[in-house]
Design a protein around this ligand. Structure first.
Ligand SMILES: Nc1nc2c(ncn2[C@@H]2O[C@H](COP(=O)(O)OP(=O)(O)O)[C@@H](O)[C@H]2O)c(=O)[nH]1
Ligand SMILES: [Mg+2]
Length: 221
């Protein structure tokens, strides 16, 4: 029986991720890899972000789920192109899967490609897909102990969205503890507490994204 060491799988993935990154750079598209546990609100955040940014920024979305096209259908309703990847039993998207979806888009016309990863707090952080940055969503309903229990996700991300702040009064979630613990793992994290339900805080998050896209345009001419 042949056993493939995990290190080989990761380095094979990194080689494809480098190719993806080159393609994104050549075409001037900013790519963000969005990660969270299932139900934290990734697709809702994308719907709200698209509603605020798609007037001035050309966006496309790759949706990763174990099964169904439900999330890609939700995104298509916003008017933004979306491709669904079903991973079967796999708990993350890898660079090859993202690569296989790219032919569905006119990459050159895009400012930003958002990859919504499979809902999982472990594996997505281990696989680069060629993104410029990773962002992580934690919802108030999940508990404020998650940064310390799943540190890699927080360590690898450039931004942390703390979603469902409207639910905080109904939980024992401490925004301050979640923020403090996340920053202890990664002091460079940009933290955005917000509620996709009420809209509170969404402006700051969208402003951060727009700034990243602006920097990307300058960098790539
Ligand atoms: N109360 C509340 N519910 C939210 C918020 N954001 C998302 N949800 C709900 O959380 C559930 C999961 O959202 P979804 O976007 O599908 O999560 P995903 O699995 O991470 O993509 C849905 O029922 C959403 O309506 C929020 O800010 N507040
Ligand atoms: Mg989703």
């Amino acid at each position: 029986m042949k056993v493939k060491p995990a290190a080989n799988i990761l380095s094979a993935n990194d080689a494809i991720a480098s190719d993806n990154r080159r393609l994104f750079r050549e075409n001037g598209v900013f790519v963000i890899n969005l990660m969270s546990s299932p139900g934290a609100g990734k697709t809702t955040l994308l719907e709200e972000t698209i509603a605020r940014l798609s007037g001035s920024i050309k966006i496309a979305v790759i949706e990763g789920d174990v099964a169904t096209s439900a999330d890609a259908l939700r995104i298509e309703k916003t008017g933004v192109p979306a491709v669904q990847i079903n991973t079967g039993n796999l708990c993350h998207l890898d660079a090859g899967m993202v690569r296989s979806a790219l032919s569905e888009f006119d990459i050159k016309s895009l400012d930003m490609l958002i990859v919504e990863n499979v809902g999982n707090l472990v594996c997505p952080a281990e696989f680069n897909v060629g993104e410029d940055c990773k962002a992580m969503l934690l919802s108030a309903a999940e508990g404020d102990d998650k940064p310390l229990k799943y540190p890699l996700m927080f360590h690898e991300s450039s931004a942390l969205v703390i979603n469902k702040t409207d639910l905080i009064p109904h939980t024992n979630f401490s925004l301050e503890k979640a923020r403090r613990d996340a920053l202890s793992i990664n002091p460079k994290l940009a933290v955005f507490p917000l509620s996709c339900r009420t809209g509170e805080g969404l402006e700051d998050w969208c402003g951060w994204l727009a700034d990243r896209i602006g920097e990307n345009r300058c960098l790539r001419g």
